[in-house]
Design a protein around this ligand. Sequence first.
Ligand code: NAI
Length: 338
Amino acid sequence: MHKITLIPGDGIGPSIVDAAIKVIEAAGVQIEWDRQVAGMAAVEKHGNPLPDATIESIRQNRICFKGPLTTPVGGGYRSVNVTLRQAFNLYANVRPAISFEGTDTPFKNVNLVTVRENTEGLYAGIEHFIKVDEEKIAAESIAVVTRKGSERVIEFAFDYARRAQRKKVTLVHKANILKCTSGLFLEIGREVAKKYPEIEFEDRIVDAASMQMVMKPGIFDVIVTTNLFGDILSDLASGLVGGLGLTAGANIGVDAALFEAVHGSAPDIADKGIANPIAMIIAASMMLEHIGELKAARAVEQAVRDVIREGTHLTPDLKPGSTCGTADLAQAIVAKLG
Ligand code: NAI
């Protein structure tokens, strides 16, 4: 029996998390869920977006399955997602983008994994306004790239490539302009690559890499990059395989691992019963793999792929005009596992 911290999240979160739990149960994996709150739900209940009890639960269980959390834009509280990544040193964000048969996208045979540095770069949270005469005349944001932070995420990408029998790691950077931050990341990439002679290593500048991802996605296998570039490129990769509703991410760290869908809390469709649970179910499959339930992980992924290919039980985001809801789609996946 595994014990896992469960954060249902905000907006569509509770409904898609519920769907994913039914799929995990159908795959025959027994989990004791330690239910906690974060985000808006936690503000409403405890006046705090990240209560101590939630942090303590993740600290003890070391695995967290999390629905999307609403973050106020501009003011309000700091993103709980970013705080969790930093609190638990979740330094590697792993996002596979593998084509699904039956999706409406012109890009076929995409099979790549983005490994994004998750704690540093421009997301280190060092930002301020510069005031003169009480006016905000400028704003500054400081990117932090450390040797330790770069080494561990680049090594993670190579180890991942080795484990998953992938052949190439592409380091994406902007070292021609950002000579210190991106330059250091690239320099460390070249050093680390020497320890993995069986894996091909190349580097690409982020703008050219973005164009190539659209024009020739097949040239990419594992991509490793800094926080901001990884944020953007991993969403771009999601777009290649059918959108955010189909992609999940693992946040792997020293002290814990957290699994989630990559999309947000979708307040525009919350409570309508039509949210697509597939990304959350793929997050569940990644989590099952991480905790050693390999057979169940494969079965869940295959069931998802079969349901997408058949195309009869898809929510309106995947099949416009469809009347299939969150629970119907989940049930179709559960039926495949039966
Ligand atoms: P969003 O991903 O929630 O929604 C963007 C669009 O995609 C909306 O039209 C939404 O209806 C649709 N969509 C998203 N997920 C869907 C699903 N599973 N099924 C069907 N349609 C889906 O992004 P948005 O609107 O920018 O952000 C909403 C809130 O979510 C914000 O507070 C944001 O900060 C938060 N957010 C949280 C994330 C997390 O917890 N990991 C990630 C991204 C955003």
